[in-house]
Structures are given as C-alpha cells and as structure tokens.
Design a protein around this ligand. Structure first.
Ligand code: GUN
Ligand code: FE
Length: 413
C-alpha cells in the first residue's frame, strides 16, 4: 500500500493491514509505475508534430518552425493549442514536461496556467532569441536587454501563479546561433541572480557544433559555461557531439543532457553515445523534442533510445566490414525507462520519478490484462516480459489512470 501525505508525497510503501481503508484502489488488472518525465519539448511546435522533417535543422527552423511559433503572438490561438496538448500529454503518461514556449510572454504564461489547471508538473520557459542573423525579423526579441527583461518578467509571472511544487519557470535561451552574446550573458546573470534552472540546445549536430566553434572558438559546452549557462540541473538538449572535456565540465557542474533519440535521427548527424555519457556519470533524462521528434510518447522514446543504441553498437553501413560500430554502446529497455523516470528527476533535481517515500506521487496505472491493449500472454509473459511490453507497446490505450502530486489528473480510478 502507498500512503500519500497531504502535500502529494508518498509517506510510506508497506503492506496494507487487515480492515484498513484505502483512498484509491487501482483499477482491476493494472500495475502502478512512475509517471514519465519529458525533459525536452517545444510546446508551440505541437501543431506540426509528425510533419516537415525532411530539411536540415537550420532550414527546418526558418522554413517550418519559426513561422509556426510566430503564430503564438495570438494568445487565444496559444490557449487553444495548450488546452488540447497538455491533456493529451497527460493521457500519454507524461507527468512532468520541460517546455520551451515561444518568444511571447502571454502565450508562455498561459502555458504555465494550463499546466496548473490540468495538474501537470512542468518547467515552462519563454524562448529567448534575438540574434539578427540567427532569427527572422518577424520572430525575435528586440535586442539583448529586451530579451533578458522579457525573460525576467515571465519568471516573475510564473512564480506569482504560486504553484511552486507543480510549475516552475526555466531560463531558455534557444541556442547560441539564435542569441546575441549580450543576451546569452544577460541570461547567465539572470540565472545566477534568481537560481532559476536553465535549458538550451547544445552541440546538437554538425551545423550547430561548427557554428559555435567558429563564433566562440570552443565547443558549445564551454561556450555556454562562459556565458554562465551551465549550472546545477541545467538541461542541455541533444548534446550528441560532446567530447570528453565537455562531459567532464558538464558533470562537474551538475548539468546534464536531455537525450532525444528520435529527433537526433533527423537532425543530429550522429547517434548520442548514451552508454558513454552514462559511464561518465552524466545526469541524463529522455526527451521527445516535439516536434523535431515526430512522437510525443515517452514510451516510444524509450524504445527509440534502445534502438539507436543498438545501431550505434553494430554500425549502419554494410559496406564497412570492419569498424562498423562502437562496442558496448547498447542500453536495454529497463535503463531507458529508468532514464524516462528517475533519470529525468535526477537531471532536474525534483522529487519525482520513483515510487518511494519522500517522492511526489506521480504515477500511471497501466492495464496488463490478458485481453488488454498490451497483448499480455500469461502463458509466456513473466513479470520481466510484461514490463518489456508495458514500455515497448505502451500508449494512451494502456494507461488507465494518471496521478500527479497525489491527484488524479487523467483517466479513472
Ligand atoms: N535548435 C534550436 N531550436 C531548435 C528546435 O526548435 N528544435 C531542435 N531540435 N533544435 C533546435
Ligand atoms: Fe529542441
């Protein structure tokens, strides 16, 4: 039995005593697992989820993504997107989301309000981008000072919503190519002054990596650190191109990576060496990168993390008979689900991601009935195989109920 305190935390995990009344009964034929943590997704890209991924990153941003994000200057449009997106993510098992908003203050604050209304745990960041070459003139902050001031106002507005254990602001300079030095420095200073967490994109692919090398004369991780943007629990998205010195820098600061395996297959020009980064002691969570990844499902992200790790290990080009892959790169589905839950919580520094005393009760009841959506076959499926199916075949159809902070937020129980 799980005992939940008034603050939504798990007080105790213990067998129920005879005759004891309980508040919540799990639906029949379900098991409880921790809710999942999406450490990287772009809320204003929701309308293009599943489309438009045939361009390289820089062109995809200018041709598809910036025009779409610019529409969120219309607060009513933003609210209509948020009000369908957040419940959809909850029903998919995403109990914590680390969002990039758009540059717009009202749309970003409205996203935080929607998360509170729907009961989703979230970090919500206004995207800062002011570089005259790295952004289009119709979608950018007016300048470095305006950029930092707008971020500061959104931080205050989100903190004033007064839901500190549920929704928090996060400082979100988009990435070095889209931001001026002044804006990057200013956001670093704002982070130091407020203690608010930071997220940005780091060394995502060949193009970004080379751009930062050329502009800053060093790797992205070190350049971000110079701007004051690598701190405890900083979330760096993608980071496929890190070298050993980058890894050492990030782990020593307590920063980590949001690993987005599906998006990386399109934009990163390489497979993120997950096992190598884990072995270096890096904090790592999983991300969907909506809509650079074409799926909003963290169950699918777990499967993709395993798949790409296998491709890295074996290599992909059959004409290379030697040196085709990188030995010992694989991860298994248990590791992937760990990253989608406890790993994400560790990256963010939040007390979620595990069903254990002291953690917030963020959980999913998953249907494992033999005639149910996971296709459990009792004649062959032991607990370990049932778990594999729970993750690999998981979808909204298999999630019967979702709780966050001890409150039922989706489904029925
Ligand atoms: N780098 C800067 N902006 C973005 C974005 O929206 N998606 C991805 N995948 N990478 C980015
Ligand atoms: Fe991204």
């Amino acid at each position: 039995m799980l005992q939940i305190g008034p603050d939504g935390r798990i007080d105790a995990v213990r067998p129920a005593t005879d005759g004891e009344t309980v508040d919540v009964h799990l639906p029949a034929s379900t098991v409880l697992v921790p809710g999942m943590i999406d450490t990287h997704l772009h809320a204003p890209q929701w309308p293009q989820l599943g489309t438009g991924l045939d361009l390289p990153l820089d062109q995809w941003l200018f041709e598809n993504t910036f025009p779409l994000e610019a529409r969120f200057s219309d607060e009513a449009y933003a609210r209509s997107v948020w009000s369908s997106m957040v419940p959809t993510l909850l029903a998919s098992g995403t109990t914590t989301a680390v969002y990039y908003g758009s540059v717009h203050e009202p749309a970003t604050i409205a996203l935080a309000e929607q998360c509170i209304e729907s009961g989703q745990r979230a970090f919500v960041g206004r995207v800062a981008m002011d570089h005259p070459e790295g952004t289009p003139d119709y979608y950018r902050d007016a300048g470095p000072a305006e950029s930092v001031e707008a971020t500061a106002r959104v931080i205050e507005a989100i903190q004033a919503l007064n839901a500190p254990t549920l929704v928090e602001p996060i400082i979100t300079p988009r990435f070095i190519p889209a931001c001026s030095d002044g804006s990057l420095h200013g956001h670093g200073e704002l982070a130091a002054a407020t203690g608010v967490r930071i997220q940005t994109h780091c060394s995502e692919g060949d193009w970004q990596h080379a751009h930062v090398q050329e502009r800053c004369g060093k790797n992205d991780a070190f350049a971000l650190a110079d701007f004051g943007l690598v701190a405890d629990h900083t979330v760096l998205a993608h980071a496929t191109h890190l070298d050993d010195a980058d890894r050492q820098l990030l782990t020593s600061r307590g920063a980590g990576v949001s690993h987005c395996p599906l998006s990386n297959s399109y934009f990163a020009n390489a497979v993120f060496p997950l096992r190598r980064n884990l072995d270096a002691g890096m904090r790592i969570g999983l991300g969907t990168d909506v809509a650079g990844g074409a799926s909003a499902s963290l169950f699918e992200a777990c499967d993709h993390a395993v798949t790409v790790s296998r491709m890295l290990e074996d290599g992909v080009d059959v004409t290379r008979s030697h040196d085709r892959g990188v030995a010992q790169s694989r991860v298994d589905i248990v590791t992937a689900f760990y990253l989608a839950t406890a790993g994400g919580a560790e990256l963010l520094g939040i007390e979620a991601g595990l069903l254990a005393p002291g953690r917030f009760f963020d959980a999913l009841a998953v249907d494992i009935s033999p005639d149910g959506p996971l296709g459990i076959a009792p004649e062959v499926d032991d607990w370990s195989r049932t778990f594999e199916k729970l993750v690999r075949r998981g979808s909204p159809a298999s999630i019967r109920a979702v709780w966050i902070n001890g409150r039922l937020v989706s489904g029925e129980a």
